[in-house]
Design a protein around this ligand. Sequence first.
Ligand code: FMN
Length: 340
Amino acid sequence: MQNIRNKAKELMKGACRVCPVCDGRACAGEVPGMGGLGTGAAFKNNVSALAEIGLNMRLIHGAKEPCTKTAWLGLELELPIVAAPIGGMFNFKEAISEDQYILAVLEGCRDAGSIGCGGDGVPPVITDAVFSGIPKVGGWGIPFIKPWESAELDEKLERSFATGCAVVGMDLDAAGLVTLRKMGRPVGPKTPAELRKIVDKAHGAGCKFIAKGIMTERDAILAVEAGVDCLVVSNHGGRVMEYAPGGARVLFGIVRAVGGAVPILADGGVRNGADAFKLLALGADVVGIGRPVSLAAIGGGRAGVAMLFNNLRNELIQTMILTGCPDVASINETALFGCC
Ligand SMILES: Cc1cc2nc3c(=O)[nH]c(=O)nc-3n(C[C@H](O)[C@H](O)[C@H](O)COP(=O)(O)O)c2cc1C
């Protein structure tokens, strides 16, 4: 992985410093780019919220060969970690084209038994790559579109459904991107009724629907009431709102509020399998990983992404052995130091 990261650093020519620890400090304010918005506080909060959590080492048990398989929204995965949606490779000094990027993510994830998501934005090359890439992997990908307010919403929903995917998502947290509005491409928050309409369209097309960017118990309950099939607890990698808390900080409360009504995906600051374990222990069903996947795809293509996911799986297994968890379902808050 170090060779792959070095290669990514060379190709990105300073657009990402590929720091030893990707924590948002060096790249604060670099949006677009890899950084977090403004002071970078929300990005840093993701990493620090995870770092503050300790794990209980438990060694007298029979969990010798933990199983990381999981079923999520009808998808069978070898590990409960997926590639978060990321788009906009033109911001990275042409290190990789959008088409090459999404294919590397989708194919690399599939090779490792995971699944990749696709992002949305301006210019159209981002979604064009996602909508043409997912059919190339037999529909094994999840397109995420922005909360458009114009006809772009229906058009992109239709194009998402046409990829053959089983699940579509929307990053509701992109609602405040005023730059898009200034470009004549307005996005905005959705009322419960508007969200319900979008969910119904997805269901009508035979797709499950994920709402991304849920950071409060109130939003979680409203989204569940609107019929969503899964929530993503995420502050968008700290790229949309200053001072948003880290995902790990709000996750447990949201999990309790949702009470198992729908599965929960969580992302933000995950850098290794033990980080993923922490989010699972806080109640996430599946974990998303963003920036490290981009570096793996840019520096190592499909094989780099597969290697990253295989490493994450091995690190997760190691953590499961050392905390006494034989399978994903048995990972819970009792593994968190000071929790129980
Ligand atoms: C360069 C970049 C582009 C992103 N583009 C999107 C996007 O198009 N849609 C989306 O839902 N999230 C997008 N995200 C947010 C990620 O899906 C994810 O929530 C975040 O990166 C997770 O944090 P991590 O990078 O610390 O793992 C983007 C993140 C980055 C860094």
